[in-house]
Ligand binder design. Structure first.
Ligand SMILES: [Cu+2]
Length: 134
């Protein structure tokens, strides 16, 4: 019994075991979509520390921005203003925004024309998370 547990532990803890998660990528791309729904896809994505995230506007995608919210924060791409106003700073396709995350953490963001600072957490409107791992 004890031996079986030990062997089981060794098997599960092996360097190439199937329980191990693959290392986080050093670069990821998040699509900024208008069709069929306005969304960041994937909504949650993981990148390695010092890795680069590219937000890429899908062809035809319009009126979006990437606004950091909460803490830790990162440099936004655009300016958040009150919902419904027309003087927001947003971008139409083709457009890309790149940011390299120097520190680990869970970073929240949203599009201020199609979401609010609550969108990452409440799953409504355009919002997302970048998870930066060691
Ligand atoms: Cu948007």
């Amino acid at each position: 019994m004890m031996l079986a547990m030990i062997l089981g532990g060794v098997a599960c803890g092996g360097g190439s075991g199937s329980d191990n998660n693959p290392p986080a990528p050093n670069a990821i791309t998040i699509m900024v979509k208008s069709t069929p729904t306005r969304e960041f896809k994937p909504r949650v994505d993981t990148v390695a520390k010092a890795g680069t995230v590219t937000w890429s506007w899908e062809a035809g995608s319009q009126d979006h921005n990437v606004i950091s919210t909460g803490s830790p924060s990162f440099t936004s791409n655009g300016t958040a203003t009150l919902p419904g106003t027309q003087d927001v700073d947003w971008f139409d396709a083709p457009h890309q925004y790149q940011f390299s995350f120097a520190s680990t953490g869970i970073y929240k963001y949203y599009c201020s024309t199609h979401g609010t600072s609550a969108s990452p957490d409440n799953l409504t409107g355009m919002g997302g998370f970048v998870v930066v791992v060691p």
